[in-house]
Design a protein around this ligand. Structure first.
Ligand code: ZN
Length: 411
């Protein structure tokens, strides 16, 4: 057996293809493997599958997995067949080791896809000495192929969440299947149009917008409008974590303002106010008492409203929750603090969606977890050059995509 034949076996090259030449170049750090087909070989027409001999050929090169420190390349002349069936015409055949139009072998691409979940693409690009643009093309193509096979016919309860690509601007909105805990769709922007795009994609994957019974969203006007218009049967649940986050932000602002007036009592108390009373140390309790005694009324009042609002979520059922929320609202709307009144108005405006939680029990809490994985990938990559790349990585991390059925080779 010639050593070339060993390479053929290692690469999984089968007749009519065979390895005809192997060249090591220590100087240029390359391993070049030439593959050719046997004389008189026939190939299936890519349109109809009928066997036909080569009509003409084109030289092509594919990057393969590194062979130790050597960059490996496959070379072959790829034939076009002149199909005997009228209507097919002259067509380039599909080689078994690479995807049509790709300059990488399937094995190389498989490695790229495996690494892309954990390694920034620019790092991978340096590792393989290829441009990141070429790697992104591979990643985007595979994600697209895998997504094309996704079936969304059983999607019923969704969560919507937005995130920024760069700090504070260029938003991407993600749509999640809350039952299967996976990313369904990601798109640029954070307006109500994103919901229209989601519905278009849902229909493409056999889903039905009328079948969506629940949508968990934050209290953004755009998502409220989008869900109302595009998902006619969806009951909206406002995310409890989002509501508490808004309340914490209001409380934080109130505390910071008052801290300018009473720095001696309120300095470095930001975290104290974010804790629940049972978690406070005796010293912190003492500090709270000092604040009360020294007219830091606004901060303490805001803290009380926050705790009472949190308490609503401990209700056993919707009825009990509504009683607690009414009580909270009555007090908050009578507050002398503008920001608390504003919170009260906001809660009133989103009343049903907030109480909707007690029927649906939906939160987007676990989305925060997925989001933090996406954010970590973003940080590793030092930001993404464009939203499409970020969305592709998000699909890889959270889309539960199946890559195993992409190449159902004909027997
Ligand atoms: Zn044909």
């Amino acid at each position: 057996m010639q050593p070339e034949a060993l390479f053929g076996m290692a690469l999984g090259i089968t007749p009519p293809w065979e390895v005809t030449e192997v060249n090591f170049s220590k100087e240029s750090n390359r391993l070049d493997i030439t593959i050719d087909f046997q004389r008189g070989a026939t190939f299936p027409c890519p349109v109809c599958g009928a066997l036909a001999p080569a009509h003409d050929t084109t030289e092509k090169t594919w990057r393969h997995l590194n062979f130790f420190q050597y960059e490996a390349y496959l070379h072959a002349r790829v034939p076009r067949v002149n199909c005997p069936n009228a209507g097919c015409g002259v067509k380039q055949i599909q080689v078994p080791w690479a995807r049509a139009g790709s300059g990488f072998t399937l094995l190389f691409e498989a490695l790229v896809m495996t690494m892309a979940r954990d390694m920034p693409v620019n790092v991978m690009a340096r590792l393989f000495s290829v441009t990141d643009t070429r790697l992104w093309r591979v990643i985007n193509a595979y994600v697209e192929m895998a997504r094309a096979k996704e079936d969304y016919s059983d999607v019923k309860r969704i969560g919507i969440d937005e995130t920024s690509i760069k700090k504070g601007h260029n938003y991407v909105t993600f749509f999640f299947d809350l039952d299967n805990r996976k990313l369904l769709f990601g798109t640029e922007g954070k307006d109500n149009e994103t919901v229209i795009e989601f519905v278009t994609d849902l229909l493409k994957h056999g889903g039905d917008p009328k079948q969506i019974t629940d949508a968990a969203i934050d209290m953004s006007k755009a998502f409220i409008k989008g869900v109302k218009e595009q998902l006619p049967n969806a009951v909206t649940t406002f995310d409890k974590f989002h509501l508490i986050k808004l309340m914490n932000e209001a409380m934080g602002t109130i505390r910071a303002e008052e801290a300018r007036k009473f720095p001696e009592f309120l300095r470095k108390t930001r975290y104290l106010f974010l804790k629940n009373p049972e978690k406070l140390t005796p010293e912190e309790h003492a500090r709270l008492d000092t604040m009360v005694a020294n007219q830091c009324h606004k901060s303490v009042e805001a803290y009380t409203h926050k705790l009472n609002l949190q308490n609503v979520y401990f209700a056993e059922n919707r009825q009990e929750a509504e009683t607690l929320l009414k009580k909270w609202h009555k007090k908050a709307s009578k507050s002398s603090i503008g920001l608390i009144q504003k919170m009260a108005r906001s809660v009133k405006e989103h009343w049903d969606g907030i109480l909707g939680y007690f029927d649906s029990k939906l939160t987007t809490g676990f989305l925060e977890g997925i989001n933090s994985l996406i954010q970590a990938a973003k940080a590793r990559a030092r930001g993404y050059r464009n939203p499409r790349n970020m969305i592709s990585i998000a699909y890889l991390i959270a889309g539960k995509l199946k890559f195993n059925k992409l190449y159902a080779q004909p027997a």
